[in-house]
Design a protein around this ligand. Structure first.
Ligand SMILES: Nc1ncnc2c1ncn2[C@@H]1O[C@H](COP(=O)(O)OP(=O)(O)OP(=O)(O)O)[C@@H](O)[C@H]1O
Ligand SMILES: [Mg+2]
Length: 390
């Protein structure tokens, strides 16, 4: 039935012959059953949720992923059917959310879902949730981690080129700074330049270690875990990015818990995570607006949460759906590998990643890293808020 046909017919319905109405209803039922068949044939799970948070439809794949009975689930709150997520806070009329989740019932699965509001002209009519099962990819070559590491050699080669690009870029800026200062300063002040030289040297070391990592990646390797203070690591990366941030006039606000536990992490790879996410945030902010990046690190008894938020351009629903595909970039000169690498590293650490975005007002990336050892704590500690530039 052509779009617009029913709208045109509606005011004239009472004047139509009952047999015509009957045939229109029959056609509509036929079309409905066709669309239902399409939804049922999808490998992806589809769940439709009303503005009240209740499920109005779920297809066969979704019921299989979560072990739900279709008949019994319709009309129930999503939070009562799928536990472990703060659904009300994820359902927001103005943003789309992309997230990984692990479910243990009816079987252990790694899922990735994408939750977007459905708006019929101006009136919001609910949400659509599209779910992909990543379990089979993971199982294919022992685990996705393994397949990502070993399987796609071309991806790795491009990934290394990408990783070399970032420090090289930073090196360039520092060397430029040195160059300018050497020309202007008197010999007595040259001492200052040693800081920049030290930074440049540090970046060369980083390049070196990335290359080593590449070689290790070709020969399968495990994470090199060591005790890491994530707040210190974050400050180190921010220090390296300082020239780029201040050049763009971006203010950074840090809100780091004072008593963060030391985690067993791969420090070099976690630096990469912060580097890629902070650069994405910085690049999302337009040069002439007041750019701000907020980094929060909090911990509770079972996980550490890292939030990196920017007030940049945000991500469109279309881009959100393909963001993790390699080589998908909206930037000139971008490789579209940054987020893929971040996700791989976080997964290797047993963590999860969530991205929320409002188009036009900003993006927030959350990382959830499990604590190796459970920590008993009686009282929450006060938070420490530090402004490092504005
Ligand atoms: N904070 C953000 N704000 C807006 N868009 C973002 C943000 N982070 C990622 N994106 C979008 O996701 C895409 C993929 O990001 P990713 O880091 O994987 O690659 P890239 O940044 O394009 O390239 P590279 O990392 O090589 O510079 C980006 O091109 C951009 O469209
Ligand atoms: Mg990037």
């Amino acid at each position: 039935m052509k779009s617009g046909f029913l709208e045109k017919l509606r005011p004239r319905l009472d004047r139509l012959d009952p047999s015509v109405v009957q045939s229109i209803v029959d056609r509509l039922l036929q079309e409905k059953s066709f669309f239902l068949q399409v939804f049922e044939a999808l490998h992806e799970g589809v769940i439709l949720i009303g503005t009240d948070g209740r499920v109005t439809f779920l297809n066969a794949a979704a019921s299989r992923f979560f072990g739900l009975d279709v008949e019994l689930s319709v009309g129930k709150k999503l939070g009562d059917l799928v536990r472990g997520m703060d659904w009300p806070s994820l359902m927001d009329q103005a943003r789309v959310v992309s997230r990984d989740m692990e479910v243990f019932y009816p079987e252990r699965r790694y899922l990735h879902f994408y939750l977007a509001p459905i708006a019929d002209s101006e009136t919001p009519s609910g949400f659509v949730m599209i779910i992909n099962d990543l379990t089979s990819n993971r199982a294919e070559t022992q685990a996705t981690i393994e397949s990502e590491r070993l399987g796609a050699l071309t991806l790795l080669a491009a990934g290394v080129a990408h990783e070399i690009g970032n420090p090289l870029n930073s090196l360039g800026i520092h060397l430029q700074l040195l160059d300018r200062k050497i020309k202007k300063l008197a010999a007595t002040e040259r001492q200052m330049l040693e800081d920049h030289l030290a930074t440049a040297r540090q970046e060369i070391q980083r390049l070196d270690s990335i290359l080593k990592q590449f070689l290790q990646a070709i020969r399968p390797s495990t994470l090199r875990r060591e005790p890491v203070k994530l707040d210190e690591l974050c400050r180190d990366v921010l220090r390296l990015l300082e020239p780029e941030l201040s050049e763009r006039g971006i203010g950074v606000v840090l809100d780091l818990d004072a008593d963060l536990p030391v985690l067993q992490l791969d420090a070099v790879q976690m630096q990469q995570v912060f580097h890629n996410l902070l650069r994405n945030a910085a690049q999302a902010v337009s040069q002439d607006s007041e750019g701000r990046i907020t980094v929060e690190i909090h911990s509770n008894d079972y996980e550490m949460q890292v939030l990196i938020a920017d007030n940049g351009m945000g991500i469109s629903p279309e881009q959100m759906g393909i963001m993790f595909e390699p080589f998908r970039s909206t930037k000139e000169g971008g490789t579209g590998l940054g987020l893929l690498i971040v996700r791989r590293i976080i997964r290797e650490h047993g963590g999860e990643m969530e991205i929320e975005s409002r188009e036009g007002s900003g993006t927030r990336v959350s990382l959830f890293l499990p604590l190796a050892a459970k920590k008993a704590r009686l009282l929450p500690e006060p938070e420490q808020v530090i402004e490092i530039s504005s």
